[in-house]
Design a protein around this ligand. Sequence first.
Ligand code: PMP
Length: 430
Amino acid sequence: MSYEMSNILFEKAKTLMPGGVNSPVRAFKSVGTNPIFIKKGFGSHIEDVDGNTYIDYVLSWGPLILGHCNPRIVNALKNQLESGTSFGACTEIEIKLAEKIKEAVPSVEIIRMVNSGTEATMSAIRLARGYTKRNIIVKFEGCYHGHSDSLLIKAGSGALTFGTPDSKGVTSETAKNTIIARYNDSDLIVEIFKKYGEDIAAVIVEPIAGNMGTVPPKEGFLKTLRKVTESYGSLLIFDEVMTGFRVSYTCAQGLYNINPDITTFGKIIGGGLPVGAYGGRKDIMRMISPDGPVYQAGTLSGNPLAMVAGYETLNALSEDPSIYNELDKKADRLCMGLYESMRQNGIKVEINRVGTMMCMFFTDGNVHDFETATKSNTDLFAKYFKAMLKRGIYLPPSQFETFFLSTAHTNEDIDRTIEASFEAAREISA
Ligand code: PMP
């Protein structure tokens, strides 16, 4: 496989953009190789600028649950394009998508569209603070909620501490209002609430963590969050930017039967176009401007192209009741095969999966939080990533990312991937 054109473009990109990219993981830094530049996508596949094709398990980091260039989405977009790309004014399609989401997710009574997951979580935090008139938020180590200041905080020394900024430019004053807790640790969250509960505006959580690899919630964890926030008058925010319409049509909250106060969305509800949204209980959402005193706005919010792509995606997902079952079966086939490829070559891995969110950790033990996730052998992952890439399999270029499937992935794609994984396992264990 030649990467000549990709390498030329990357050299040029580096002279124009930080690290040559518009979002850090795209630079492939943690796998120690140059990124590929993508020319086009079709179904379950992408093609790079050198003409190499790959089975795509990144799917734009989750949005493309119907695969690339699904004809239904493409047609809907073409129709919308001919009527205009943006008005910054009211359109009917915003109502249609809002209704569609509300139908699927009963905890969402009122919803506001924004342009990214980051905007959604940032606005949800502001809303929670405005509603409760409290300052502190609790987030979990290893959960990512976009890059707004108060969420870009990492754990200090040990849990039950206020965090420290995770990025230069985030002030320690901001970090002081964010408490970092341990994912899946119900006892700790109860402790935190005993100590600070009266001042906590909200707990924000990925109901299935997808940004430290995939880490499902332990039995009872989300229930504890629901209970403790309720009893202290704090809000529970489910960040379903990744899980929303990915793990089931009723999202993670439907899967685990927990109603949060606010939910954030992104990815799938935009069908591959830039989108985000936050919604929840009516009395809380009525605090948002122009109904209430919490300000939030956007020139391109509710953009008709994004709304159309999202609406058609949700239509496709809701019309065929077997879709999620089929996806689940395919994901199971894939994970079983990947596991075997490692086991037969003496490589210890732990695979976590919920529906079509999955991750293969190069580690020996159970992965249930940030600490256990980071025990993974990232050097071995990097070798595996490269061995798969050269065999035409495009995995997320980091150990701590989730990979996805789309309805366009066939059993043939999966079997080819497993075959490649056997070869890759032999190569990296040699
Ligand atoms: N929340 C979660 C759970 C995410 O996975 C992401 C992005 N991967 C975000 C928020 C931020 O979304 P965006 O990149 O669209 O700003």
